[in-house]
Design a protein around this ligand. Structure first.
Ligand code: DC
Length: 230
């Protein structure tokens, strides 16, 4: 059976990664969380003092990019985890602090170039589901299936709030809502590869959709594409 490329873009906290993982598992495809790669570069920049609440030295980060090596490795449950220069940083990249600094990092052209190149090479054989912001527009403009996921900001903030609390991270709903709205703003207005809907993407607003129905709907689209029906 032919292996297609599936691009899942959309706003933050719309459940992109959940659907992408389910699809990859079901189809036996590789799943790539491109946001984890931007988060990993952000953690590197924070650790090296290139970014904090008061400043961001993009030049220093750019000069140091050659020293950043990212890879995904499967843990013993078969789940992909991200490694930065050989260190497992899967947990460290999910904090609110990283979420706050990731948007400015993701505006840097050189960062995007490096990550996009790696993403394209990971998906060059097809049989990949990748989620992010620019997958259907920049990374795989020829992807056979492009989904753009969205939901209202309060719905997304509520989901993210619950997720953080369940992980034991102390945060208020208001803080999360502010972060979600700020990231939307930065992601859609940046000059380099802003979050935008590809012309041939299918828009899925899941504010009021249950995850199972959503999965089956997208899976059917994928099956149609694989069979060459659409
Ligand atoms: O998917 P996420 O929330 O983990 O992504 C974190 C940030 O990385 C997001 O605010 C924007 C950026 N990002 C991007 O610019 N391009 C991508 N392909 C994926 C993420």
């Amino acid at each position: 059976m032919r292996k297609i490329t599936i691009a899942i873009d959309g706003h933050s906290s719309t459940g992109k990664s959940t659907v992408a993982k389910q699809l990859a598992d079901y189809l036996g495809y590789v799943y790539v969380d491109s946001g984890a790669m931007y988060r990993a570069v952000t953690l590197y920049a924070m650790r090296n003092g290139f970014i904090d609440a008061n400043h961001f030295d993009s030049r220093m980060l750019i000069d140091d990019l050659k020293n950043i090596s990212l890879e995904f490795r499967k843990n013993n449950l078969g789940k992909d985890e991200i490694f930065l220069n050989g260190e497992n940083i899967e947990k460290q990249i999910r904090t609110m602090e990283v979420s706050e600094f990731v948007s400015p990092i993701a505006t840097v052209l050189e960062v995007r170039k490096k990550l996009v190149q790696q993403q394209q090479s990971m998906g060059k054989e097809g049989g990949v589901v990748m989620d992010g912001r620019d997958i259907g527009t920049v990374v795989f403009p020829k992807a056979e299936l492009k989904i753009f996921m969205t939901a209202t900001a309060p719905v997304r903030a509520q989901r993210r709030f619950r997720e953080l609390i369940s992980k034991g991270i102390e945060v208020s709903y208001e803080e999360v809502l502010e972060n979600v709205t700020e990231r939307d703003q930065m992601d859609t207005s940046r000059a380099q590869s802003p979050l935008k809907i590809a012309d041939d993407a299918i828009i899925v607003d899941n504010s009021e959709m249950n995850p199972e129905d959503q999965f089956h709907m997208i899976l059917q689209l994928a099956k149609d594409r694989i069979a060459g029906r659409i």
